[in-house]
Design a protein around this ligand. Sequence first.
Ligand SMILES: Cc1cc2nc3c(=O)[nH]c(=O)nc-3n(C[C@H](O)[C@H](O)[C@H](O)COP(=O)(O)O)c2cc1C
Length: 209
Amino acid sequence: MTLSSASLITLPQPSTNGGLTLEQAIAHRRSVREFEGGSVSLAQLGQLLWAAQGVTHPRGLRAVPSAGALYPLELYAIAADSGDIEAGVYHYRPDRHGLDRLVEGDFRSRFAAAALRQTWIERASVILVVVAVHARTMAKYGNRGRRYVAIEAGHCAQDIYLQAVSLELGATEVGAFSDAAVSRLLRLPEGQEPVTSIAVGQPFSEHPP
Ligand SMILES: Cc1cc2nc3c(=O)[nH]c(=O)nc-3n(C[C@H](O)[C@H](O)[C@H](O)COP(=O)(O)O)c2cc1C
C-alpha cells in the first residue's frame, strides 16, 4: 500500500564508539548469506544508514567521501517487520537522520525475485539499496561524473559491510539485479537509478563477527 504522505521516523543517535577496532572489522568481514530470519532493530538500521551516508560534520559532510561534496547517492531500505519498525520501503534522510516510509508491506521476496531469484535474500532483515542521481555529479564533472558516482557507491557499500561486522550482523552486497524491476519496486522518481544493494540480517552462529 502506498502511503499518502510520508511521515519521518527519527532514528536513534548513532554510536561513534563501537566494540571492534577498524582492523578487527576488516579482518572479520565476509559476505554472509545465511540468516537466522530475525529482524534488525531501529538502532541497528540507523547505525548502518549513518555509516553509509550519515552527516558527520557541521557543514553537512558525510561519512563517505563524495566528489565535490555533491552527494549523488540516495539510500532506500526494504525492511522486514520488527518490534520497532514496520515492514516497508523507506528512504533515508541524512539531514534529519530519519526515515520516510514510502510504501507499507514486506517486499523482500519481490526484491529477491528482481535480484535474479537469489532466494537467500528473502531471509535478510533489511536490504539497503544504493541509488544514484547521476545528474548531481555529472552537472559538474561531465561523463567523468558517472565514474565518480560508481566509486562513491563502493565507499558506501564498504562502510555498510564494516558497520554490519561491528554490529555482529551478516551482510552481502547484491549487484546482480534487474535495474528496471528494482526501480519499479522502490518507485524511483525520474533520474534515480539503483547502483548496488546490501542485504543484512542476523547471521547463523557459525558466522561470528
Ligand atoms: C559489486 C559486487 C557485486 C556483488 N553481487 C553479489 C550478488 O549479486 N550476489 C551474491 O551472493 N554476492 C555478491 N557479491 C559478493 C561477492 O560474491 C563476494 O564479495 C565474494 O565472493 C568475496 O567474498 P567475501 O565478500 O566474503 O570476501 C558482490 C560483490 C561485489 C563487490
